[in-house]
Design a protein around this ligand. Sequence first.
Ligand code: ARG
Ligand code: GLU
Length: 655
Amino acid sequence: MIKKYSLLAALFLCALQPLRADEGMWLPALISQRIGDMQAKGFQLTAEDLYSVNQASLKDAVVLFGSGCTGELVSDQGLLFTNHHCGYSFIQRHSSVEHDYLKDGFWALTQADELPNPGLTVRFLERMEDVTALVLKGYKSKMTEEQRQALIKKNADKLKEQATAEGNGLKASVEALYYGNQYFLFVFREYRDVRLVGAPPSSIGKFGGETDNWMWPRHTGDFSIFRIYAGPDNLPADYSPDNVPYTPKKSLKISRAGVKDGDFTFVYGCPGSTQEYIHSEAVRYIQDVSDPEKIALRTTRLNLMKKYMDQSQAVRIQYSSKYASVANAWKKWQGEEKGLRKNKVVPVKQDYEARFEEWAQGTRFDGITGRLAQLYAARNPLFRAYEYYRETVLTIERLQMALNPRFNKKDYYQPIDEEIFAAMISAFDKALDDSYKPAAFLEQRARFASVEEWRDAVFADDALAKELAEALDKYYDEQLAPQVKQLNQAITLTYRDYMQGQMEFEKDKTFYPDANLTLRVAYGHVEGYRPADAIWYQPVSTLRGIMEKDNPEIFDYNIPQTLRDIYAEGGHENQPVCFLATNHTTGGNSGSPVLNAQGNLIGINFDRVWEGTMSDLVFDPEICRNISLDVRYILFIIKEIGHADYLFNEMTFVE
Ligand code: ARG
Ligand code: GLU
């Protein structure tokens, strides 16, 4: 039977099938599936050069930095690059009024000056392998889901134990890919003596601040430099002054040849989380409910913070880090919502689901998309309440303080919190049915004539604050979160089948697993984009643009005087700073090496353009771009601002 395709289906066919150019975050161990395509697009190395367990390969130069960033080795003495925003909290911890390394930057003159960072670790991937059969060993189809999970856990624990028997910093994890259709064992070696070597002043490393975050044209020098130390045997060791620089299996050569429009590039790093295969109802919830509501709530909070930050330099310092973390997702969601609508992702997915169901008739996948829709219908009201808690009442510092004796009061400004209290309590109360509120909340609400009276009482009376905080916390932890977890588990379980169904339905497509902070390769090319009608963004920014933005009156754009002086000498106008490419990346890819066709370092990934942030759900090659710092700007800053070009002696440069 020939089905009459709707316009949307036609749109879908050209937009979503086959896998569109440059989409995907690929498992290095399975990169042979993609290597032909990579080579056709310009890559000059082999699959073995990217990932090998028998010889040193590029994977040995990439680490998971801390708990959520990527870093790369750039010398045979353990020197490592990552982003400034990834090193930020460590730079901050070493800073004091006398040595403000955040403001002024930091450059260790000798290895003895490098600063240790207790708690900071880096992980190298030793190997990864498909262990699906081993993890499911002993599985019988009549088992319940609980029995299956227990079996998987038992088998996975055994595999992890075997893989780490040697000790010496080995860590292992077994990760479910494709919602549990495949299991991979990842074995890492974790180093725990990682020292700060250098960081530019924030006016370079955070240049553009929140104003430019997620935006192009971009001019942020978002890098910091660390060094990994090891015991005398080159194995992981606790911090000791006797430790020596780690000798990596592989370090990256730095290319000074630069990038130009169209050049092949790839990103090797640890993307955190994507949801590329979800149901239209999940997307609809994000687009119509979650993103707009969270954006509105955060707009309120940001405006309140900003009002006081603009009035006082001291408050600005106290709240800049809090402001940045609220603003980061806030801006990302705005791009995501817009991108989902523009790409008509909900109707396109609905159409896909209709065709899937037609194909699935009589198979075990029959009706699965309808079941998912029902599960979302049951989950969404609860999940909305859960998100409301997180975005409103749980953000009130007065209530956090009541529960946490170690709350950092140094960075607290009560007038901001009082306004946030009134605004967030009102928004919470208005948005949610009373059945989602604990009894103590309802009792306190009844006691006061207005939210202002209630606020004044809560700020004056510790016992009242504690009662409210405890009640809300308890409701969230014991009622909401477990119910949401249970419904999400049921959804994940259904996705296991739906994912398999999608893979059978589209037999010719190569599916990549959703990101889960495991090592991936994404590849694409340098390219600008069209953010709106009649505008084309060029893919490379230069120092000229920094001078165009420079303004001593505006905190985010006030560059160091030295940089102005150097620029005034002339000859640096075309110094490249950042560039755009089509690599598919997400949060966690911060600090990832961006490499050229020969596998040499040309930049460090640090952001995406906000118009393309829906790539966590659907990738649009027209507009999804990752933003990288050009490695030549790093070298320029090390030399001209840090006067630390002695570090170049241990790097290897190629043209
Ligand atoms: N948007 C980037 C990321 O998601 C950078 C965030 C840090 N920078 C900032 N201005 N808040 O992590
Ligand atoms: N800045 C993000 C990070 O820290 C990367 C941006 C993104 O692609 O989400 O990982």
